[in-house]
Ligand binder design. Sequence first.
Ligand SMILES: [Fe+2]
Ligand SMILES: [Fe+2]
Length: 398
Amino acid sequence: MEFDFIRSMAHNVLPTSRGRKDSRMPKPSPTEAHITHDPAYETVAADDFAAMVEVGRYGRRSDAFDGIIGATHDHFWDPYNPAYLDFTQGWNLDSEPLLPLERFPELNCAETERLDERTKIRLANQIQRWTLSNILHGEQGALSLSASLCDILLDPGAQEYAANQVREEARHVAAFGRYVHTRWGTPYPVGPVLGEFLTDIVLSPVVYKKLIGMQMLLEGLAMGAFANLHAHARDPLLKRLVQLVMTDEAFHHRFGKIWADRTIPRLTREEHEQVEDWTARVFEILLFNLSSMSQRAYVYEPFGLDVGRLRDSVRERFHGGRKNSLKEGTNVFRVLVKTLLKAGIVTDRTIHTYSAWVDTGELEAEGDTMIGDAIAADGIEYLRAINAKRRVIGQKVA
Ligand SMILES: [Fe+2]
Ligand SMILES: [Fe+2]
């Protein structure tokens, strides 16, 4: 996976002292305040239900999200309906890699050279199980975070948008959950860094952390990772599943952009620095730790591989001269960094954090189109064709 590659690259091009990144999430400062500059994002405490039934509130509805809410049914899909996804398509995990073996840095270094082809395939599929398990946990995080937004957002339009996202994230949990169950039975546990990050943003009462953390950072990473999976997955079921998820994620990403357009230009200098610094810090933590090999040492052990030796071997294999590969158009961090740049979150203060990994000058000069947009658009056309054939029989849809 691209994450692994970037991770191994990151260790090569950074001085050693920077290579051991602190994986702890930044803690909230005691003076941290809510940053709200648009009434559409006004919040109340999660237990303030009285504010929700205040009679004047219902009439104060922003129309900023109506376009996204109204488009919901265009991209309806159901992972438990074979019209959309055929889960009877089998896959032999012992003889067929879900992704080409070249995509796995661990399988292209001296430490694993001695493994025979079949063992390499089995290991590649276990690594993929780990990645897809963490995507599943990320989808659960997105579901829980959107649900937490429903409790605190006061604007009925913003709340309806968030409720709609809850429904779509639940569909993603169902889809990835079913895929992992079908191929392996059970998922692997959530990786420690992802688990801590999700806990922080789900439980945080601070809206900018929820929206930047989920809608920009994680959704941006997810769009990049899904675009890569769509390009390289050999399993047609996985390829289609990822595309259908992308049809929803493209809209979630847009919600984050609406927030940024209405908020970032109005921030005070102090608020901007607070948001910018938090974002850069979290970006580094995710870049260095999200999918590091040490997060999944137990995956390698049954294959007789020690994670420390394996990591050293990968570093050695990819040492030097490959930094530019991080700047390729398919880099999973590209969507994320482009989103942050276009949103105006990144300034000269922190651009160095990003410019080491992606060509920020090129990104700034590009239009607003994201790498996954075309795949999502094709997915929506596919869904429209299926949905047009759906017949309503009594109360049931066939
Ligand atoms: Fe999702
Ligand atoms: Fe999402």
